[in-house]
Design a protein around this ligand. Sequence first.
Ligand SMILES: [Zn+2]
Length: 286
Amino acid sequence: MTSILDMKSVTDVITQCPDERSVIRMMMNEGLIRNSANCEKCGGPMTLRNRKDSMEWRCRIGKGDCSSKSIKTGSFFSSTRLSLTQALKIVVMWNGKYSSLQIAREVKTSPQTVCDWRNFLRELCSEIESTYPKIGGNGHIVEIDETNVHTRKYGRGKEKSDDWILGGVDRESGKVFVCQVPNRTALTLVPLLQANIDRDSIVYSDEWASYSQLKKYFTSHFTVKHKTQFVNLVGTRLVCTNGIEGLWSRLKKPFKQGNGTSEALIGSYLSEFVVRENERMDSSKR
Ligand SMILES: [Zn+2]
């Protein structure tokens, strides 16, 4: 049985799950939808029956039906009108970074529905992100930096807003954290670094004043001068922040392509970004 994570394209979906019922079986195996149900009326176990191209749960008493419910009940997909095949295609194509228009065409649904799904999946990423442990630890090197992105203040409006972002990359594990910050003072940045980086880490940063006390909070702290000095030789230690520079260029790509995000959505955009980085879903990184 194939896993949803192995599906990289619509072709994979079509070849591995050719009809709605095989999508249902795959989703049951993966725990994405329930594989048993109890009747809300009598509490008895329900059975599956074929209904049109799909299936549904029903409780049967004698020759009549006691109750029935949707196969999607109580799942991630409970509120969608789409078939599970359509929903699966959206998730797989979103994972593969297809455009909303490409997804809408393939799935034969409206761009608005795809947009709702994108926001829904981004919210899911926020939940996943909140379960991640601190990065670093075990003496790992963690590169940190701040950067800013320009977002549109009111959705499609022209007014731009400047948003500061703080981030870190664990060089050994490749795990990252990213968060939006209201300013770049030590009062703002230091507690966020402590919340996201294990204290048993070696931190590399630029010489921004807010980072001057980091030695107190982590195993050690080394700095590199940005722009003028790409690497800094401290004893035998070559300090550089190429890792975080790479992270920023990947993070900023959609903003540069002009299909940036509105200020209201930046938090969930960042969550999606972090989950893609940490789960290695982004093929461009490999
Ligand atoms: Zn019943």
